[in-house]
Design a binder for this molecule. Structure first.
Ligand SMILES: *Cc1c(COP(=O)(O)O)cnc(C)c1O
Length: 418
């Protein structure tokens, strides 16, 4: 249960009416419930309490340092995919030994930064990457703890853009090649093998792909044992789905039960990299209606948020619930909720039954706490919006809205043009 509920016909975040925040903070803005973030993290973490485990929140889902700090305060770690995310994690106070680093394209400076930080492990996605990390570790005079990200060739039955564990994808090492890669890695001077990793996709609402993946991992671990390669960490990645509309994903407790059943006899530390399941329903995007109009075919509600603020509908055709901030005696109509950007893909909801919004009304775009702000951009030279966190009856601006000067930061007009 999340903390965005109506009281007296007003949508609240915890104990704060959202309309009160909108008086202080210019729309659009992202709004997170600290209590929901905390609850989601703790439910997920507690579900695995019967085994050694580490919950590494996936920074790319929501990278605001106040959000990260919320989980770090609970003993959580982080899953990063860039030097920038490592920087953010450290700024939020993440413990180096609770940081795992995934991604197919780690650059030299990023690898150096991670080695100097002494992170827990690199999730390696290619032989070349392994060799580069070995070299750099040697130069710095340290050792790199690694796991290989295995591509188990399993279909997670999710949107193709967020499905990552099939042979045709750029991610991980083909499962049939993984044994030889481990044997090769064992020979390298500055590499310590500690784990097996995978991440098969996102917004997964069925447990079977996870179970099938763990079976492959078990097979691999027993083959590795025969080669004298001991594994102390199993990283199952992220991917557990949430309810945006009518999806019925398994509760984290059920997910944990099934996972624990598969691996409890292996005596490994389980690493999990949840993103969406923790943050998705802990945040919304609050927007104001600028204009309404209709043509022969459709009604349009034009709001001040757009695809640059929330890319998911334009990128994946994703569904986000639309709710009025004030419940009023209004009719419903079928409309498109669209932003000001000069693209027809700039919609937040399409052909949706919604209240007959009028100019000046506030609307909440639900389930926007994950892959919301982090995917936002300055397209159309729009300012990136502020992020606000509510706790109890207080709210805090955890990221200021950008200003026009931010838009041209680092830009120069060269002499020959002036
Ligand atoms: C995106 C990603 C995650 C998080 O996925 P969710 O679906 O948000 O849980 C975890 N691990 C890796 C490697 C990722 O790329």
């Amino acid at each position: 249960m999340h903390d965005f509920q109506y009281k007296d016909n007003e949508l609240y975040c915890e104990d704060v009416p959202i309309s009160a925040i909108a008086k202080d903070v210019e729309t659009p803005f992202y709004l997170y419930s600290h209590n929901t973030l905390l609850n989601h993290f703790n439910v997920f973490d507690t579900a695995f309490s019967s085994i050694k485990h580490l919950v590494c929140f996936s920074v790319k889902a929501n990278s605001n340092i106040a959000v990260l700090k919320t989980f770090i305060n609970q003993g959580g770690g982080v899953d990063i995919v860039s030097g920038g995310e490592l920087f953010r994690a450290l700024m939020a106070g993440a413990e180096p030994r609770k940081i795992v680093y995934s991604g197919v394209g780690k650059k030299i400076d990023e690898i150096e930064f991670a080695l100097q930080t002494d992170i827990l492990m690199f999730n390696i996605e290619s032989t070349q990457e392994l060799e580069v990390i070995d070299d750099i570790a040697g130069e710095i005079g340290t050792r790199a703890r690694i796991s290989f990200r295995i591509n188990p060739d399993i279909d997670p039955k999710t949107h193709p853009y967020i499905s990552t564990g099939l042979k045709k994808h750029k991610f991980g090492i083909n499962k049939d090649k993984s044994l030889e890669k481990y044997i090769y890695a064992k020979r390298l001077k500055n590499i310590d093998i500690i784990g097996v990793d995978c991440h098969i996709g996102s917004q997964i609402t069925d447990l079977t792909p996870f179970i099938d993946t763990l079976e492959r991992i078990r097979e691999l671990i027993s083959e590795l044992q025969k080669e004298g390669i001991g594994i102390s960490h199993i990283d199952l990645g992220g991917g557990l789905g949430i309810t945006y509309d009518e999806e019925t994903p398994p509760h984290p407790n059920i997910y944990a039960q099934e996972v624990i059943k598969q691996i409890s006899d292996l005596n490994c530390t389980l690493i999990l990299e949840p993103g969406r399941v923790i943050a998705g329903n802990a945040g919304i995007l609050v927007t104001k209606v600028l204009y309404t109009k209709e043509n022969e075919e459709k009604n349009f509600v034009i709001v001040d948020a757009a695809m640059n603020d929330l890319a998911r509908p334009a990128l994946y055709g994703s569904y986000h619930g639309i709710q009025p901030v004030k419940l009023e005696e209004k009719g419903q109509f079928m409309a498109d909720l669209v932003g000001p950007i000069c693209e027809s893909g700039d919609f937040l909801a399409r052909d949706r039954d919604m209240p007959q919004f009028e100019r000046g009304d506030l609307a909440a775009i639900m389930s926007a706490g994950a892959y919301g702000f982090t995917m936002s951009s300055n397209y159309n030279s729009r300012l990136r919006v502020s992020e606000v966190m509510v706790t109890g009856d207080n709210f805090h601006i955890i990221r200021e809205r950008e200003e026009y000067d931010d838009l041209i930061k680092g830009e120069n007009i060269p002499q020959f043009l002036s």
